[in-house]
Design a protein around this ligand. Structure first.
Ligand code: IMP
Length: 187
């Protein structure tokens, strides 16, 4: 199904999404996060672990908003089908480098139940890094089922499905530059 973008709304099949966070709002917030991370990690040569696929766009903007010597690595995880969490976290690609004594910043698109991040953190802790922090573009506080200490949060949002800026609905809509929120099913 072709994505139709009419001004403030995007249609995917029967679903209607309304523009929620504009590209300018996102950009401004990422510049702030980048400044915070640059101050916190001066001279620490952190490694950003980017959780694919959803975080690719956020990570690209976030690392360019930092003024740091840093390393970038990627892992691939998935826990969603359609607009609901499947409840299981599938690990697809593992962590590619040794992390012992490294300062790790996990970069995620969105934290919903927190299960994906909790699994990631458990695995990373076993690799004995010097520190672990989490940078997430979006956080749904009402949906958290496990407590996650997210150091850098772009926006706290309500419990509604969102797409765009890397976030997908069954593989669609990642390329949208703004973030859209599910408003209703088309009549
Ligand atoms: P969690 O394990 O429930 O915290 O889910 C985290 C993962 O689910 C994220 O990395 C996303 O891939 C996906 N996800 C959660 N909420 C949304 C959403 O509103 N839109 C798109 N993907 C989502």
């Amino acid at each position: 199904m072709k994505i139709q973008d009419r001004d403030q709304q995007v249609y995917i099949g029967e679903r209607v999404f309304t523009k929620y966070l504009s590209r300018d709002t996102i950009k401004a917030r990422i510049l702030e996060l980048g400044r915070d991370i640059s101050l916190d990690y001066q001279d620490k040569f952190p490694v950003f672990i980017v959780v694919l696929n959803g975080a690719f766009m956020f990570a690209a903007d976030l690392v360019r908003a930092t003024a740091l010597e840093c390393q970038l690595e990627f892992v691939k995880l998935a826990s969603y089908e359609d607009i609901r969490s499947t409840g299981t976290v599938k690990k697809i690609l593992g962590i590619p480098v040794p992390l012992e004594d490294r300062h790790v910043i996990i970069v995620e698109d969105i934290i919903d139940t927190g299960r994906t991040m909790s699994t990631m953190m458990e695995e990373l802790r076993s690799m004995k890094p010097a520190s672990i922090s989490v940078a997430t573009m979006l956080l749904k506080p009402e949906c958290l089922e496990v407590s996650i200490d997210s150091t850098y949060v772009g926006f706290e949002i309500p419990d509604a499905f969102v797409i765009g800026y890397g976030l997908d609905l069954d593989g669609k809509a990642r390329n949208l530059a703004d973030i859209y929120q599910l408003s209703n099913e088309k009549a």
